[in-house]
Design a protein around this ligand. Structure first.
Ligand SMILES: *[C@@H]1O[C@H](CO)[C@@H](O)[C@H](O)[C@H]1NC(C)=O
Ligand SMILES: *[C@@H]1O[C@H](CO)[C@@H](O)[C@H](O)[C@H]1NC(C)=O
Length: 219
């Protein structure tokens, strides 16, 4: 009897210790993506394969992982999604391509997307996003493609974005941005096409002539 009890106790200790030594938050990335699934309407059922009980999201459709089973791509352009983005997406540390263009997404761009330190491409164009462009996006030092055009974004273009040294394509056209167009840093190479159809946007910012903080109506 005592031996049996000891045996059971030992079993419990083994189970408990293997549970404790498993990587904590093993499915952080699956949980982050599942938070997006819960926040959007998906009439075409493109997220049907997103099963949160799987050990990682690497077999889900529209999700690509690297050899370590970490998410590198989310390809959900033109997927007829509505609803909003979620802050949890900022946890996808190895995400390189966030493709959510041509949907009907509403609400703000979460500032947490500034945590996507591997991001190469942020494509949110042709949605219904509102609010401002988060200045936290200036932390995306690998970013090459930033396309936020054809939304309903307001406020100033954060000047910090000019320090994105790898940026090749910028498109914030067709929004309701205001203030002046920064011309410094990586912004020196972008033409006015990147900024067109923002009726309250003035510029390009003439260095020392139109002051960044007073040019362009932001009221
Ligand atoms: C998008 O979803 C709506 C329902 O919300 C549906 O009526 C429409 O046909 C869908 N569009 C496409 C292109 O699948
Ligand atoms: C954006 O919202 C407006 C008004 O709610 C709607 O008419 C329009 O179709 C939406 N556009 C997109 C791309 O979802």
């Amino acid at each position: 009897m005592a031996i049996l009890a000891l045996y059971h106790l030992l079993g419990a200790v083994v189970v408990l210790s293997s549970w404790l030594s498993a990587p904590i938050n093993a499915n952080v990335e699956g949980d982050a993506l599942y938070a997006l699934r819960r926040a959007v309407k998906d009439p075409n059922n493109v997220l049907e394969s997103w099963d949160p009980t799987l050990v990682d999201p690497c077999t889900w459709f529209h999700v690509t992982c690297d050899g370590d089973n970490r998410v590198t791509r989310l390809d959900l352009g033109n997927a007829n999604l509505s609803g909003s983005l979620v802050a949890e997406l900022g946890k996808l540390e190895r995400l390189q391509y966030l493709e959510l263009y041509m949907n009907s997404l509403m609400g703000h761009i979460p500032k947490e997307l500034g945590g996507l330190k591997s991001l190469v491409s942020l494509d949110l164009y042709h949605n219904n996003l509102t609010g401002t462009i988060p200045s936290s996006l200036s932390r995306l030092s690998n970013l090459k493609f930033l396309r936020l055009n054809s939304n309903r974004l307001t406020g100033k273009i954060p000047r910090q974005l000019t320090k994105l040294g790898n940026l090749k394509i910028l498109d914030v056209s067709n929004n309701d941005l205001c203030g002046t167009i920064p011309t410094l840093g990586s912004f020196a190479k972008f033409s006015e096409d990147s900024f067109k159809n923002n009726p309250r946007l003035e510029g390009p910012e003439l260095m020392g002539f139109v002051r960044y903080d007073i040019g362009g109506s932001c009221n």
